[in-house]
Design a binder for this molecule. Structure first.
Ligand code: DQA
Length: 154
């Protein structure tokens, strides 16, 4: 769904398997669907004067293209899913667009398998939220809005 209004515009982007939220491993990810997550983040955006566009893809190249399109927006809240752990292409895309990106993981990846302890995308992101459940996306929106116009040098 497209953002509207004259305030900041943020892309809420979700990677592989996150379309299955609500039914996928509720112990890790809760029982809220992706549609509900998107609705909540858009409602918060409306409250805070920001427009929120939402996208999800299971394909690395499509996610890269969504990140490229975010060049024309003000910020990104991104759960790259498993790609966070190894996609150099996504890391480079985030680095290239120079738009603040806050990485979100629903689960506490550090309490899980060791391969989830590495994020190749986090070092090029402005912030990182993990283990807060689906509410992490709303925290991510609040965080990215504070970063707009003040990207830290890396
Ligand atoms: C996840 C954590 C990843 O390790 C996993 O591959 C996902 C979801 C999370 O939101 O907790 O797909 O990004």
């Amino acid at each position: 769904m497209a953002a509207s209004g004259s305030g900041p515009r943020v892309l809420l982007l979700n990677g592989p398997n996150l379309n299955l939220l609500g039914s996928r491993d509720p112990h890790q990810y809760g029982s809220v669907t992706l549609a509900e997550v998107e609705r909540r983040v858009q409602a918060l955006g409306a409250e805070l004067g920001a427009g929120v566009e939402c996208a999800q893809s299971n394909h690395e190249g499509e996610l890269v293209e969504h990140v490229h399109r975010a060049r024309h927006l003000d910020g990104v809240v991104f759960n790259p899913g498993a790609f966070a752990h190894y996609s150099i292409a996504l890391r480079d895309a985030i680095d290239a667009v120079e738009v603040p990106c806050v990485e979100v993981h629903i689960s506490n990846v550090y309490a899980r398998e060791e391969f989830r302890h590495t994020s190749v995308t986090a070092p090029v992101s402005e912030g990182y939220i993990a283990g807060c459940g689906p509410a992490g996306y709303e925290l991510g929106l609040r965080a990215v809005l504070t970063r707009i116009g003040q990207r830290r040098p890396r």
